[in-house]
Ligand binder design. Structure first.
Ligand code: UDP
Length: 235
């Protein structure tokens, strides 16, 4: 195996499937099957899930909401998604813990780094919910932060397309896929893969980012054993 400890970043939208919002149970099932396969391979898996299928802070703010309140709602949306994944994984007999960056001890454990690492060492899947716990951030930044804290070797960012392109492949038929990119090029060229705070955090500590299509079965396992899939961002 190329990677022993990974952080899987899922967007909230991914959970919605074709439905645009909410949680699609077929998609949830498929994602959890892939995660279970990773666990069976002996990979230590941490997960950060977004909340865009339920609420995005910016969207509320543009409609006149207080931005911080709207971001709090966004972070709570990530907790809802995390609980859905937790439930689905446990039904598949995958030992899982949800840890939240905002205290809600009746629902999930508080995020404590050492405890998170301990769970991973015991091969429990750990879901980091509620982003960073702070408004004005994204779950991409939360993923980069947690990956650094737990010494993950790679962030696997699941998307609907199979990597990073020079332009939107959904719109432009002649879009060209990159196999590899340097962090600095992603920053300089303003390539929209993760926000710049997340990219910078990964660059400083040389955590690779693999952008790939999670909906092609087996892709994530291929990445873990070192097969080239999607686009890798590194130095
Ligand atoms: N959010 C936040 N702080 C964080 C992470 C997330 O305030 O550290 C809020 C923010 O409002 C964001 C929402 O949670 O819009 C959902 O996260 P994100 O947009 O990253 O989800 P995704 O696009 O991955 O579904």
């Amino acid at each position: 195996m190329k990677y022993k400890r990974i952080l899987l970043k899922l967007s909230g939208e991914a959970l919605a499937g074709g439905e645009g919002d909410g949680i699609c149970s077929d998609v949830l099932n498929q994602i959890c099957d892939e995660i279970k396969n990773l666990q069976l391979m002996g990979v230590e898996v941490a997960i950060v899930i977004g909340g865009g299928n339920i609420h995005r802070g910016v969207a509320g703010a543009t409609k006149g909401m207080d931005r911080t309140t709207s971001d709090h709602m966004g972070m709570l949306a990530t907790v809802i998604n995390s609980l859905a994944i937790h439930d689905c994984l446990e039904r598949k007999e995958v030992d899982t813990r949800v840890m939240t960056a905002i205290g809600m001890a009746e629902i999930a454990e508080p995020y404590i780094r050492r405890r998170a690492v301990r769970h991973l060492e015991r091969k429990r899947v750990v879901i980091f919910a509620a982003g960073t716990g702070n408004p004005y951030f994204t779950t991409d930044t939360a993923a980069a932060l947690r990956a650094n804290e737990i010494d993950a070797e790679v962030i696997m960012k699941a998307t609907k397309v199979d990597g990073i392109y020079d332009k939107d492949p959904m719109v432009h038929k002649d879009a060209v896929k990159f196999d590899q990119l340097k962090y600095i090029d992603v920053l300089n060229k303003g390539i929209k893969v993760m926000d710049s705070a997340a990219i910078s955090l990964c660059m400083d500590n040389e955590i690779e980012i693999i952008v790939f299509n999670m909906f092609e079965r087996g892709n994530v396992q291929k990445a873990v054993i070192g097969e080239a899939i999607g686009t890798t961002v590194k130095n």
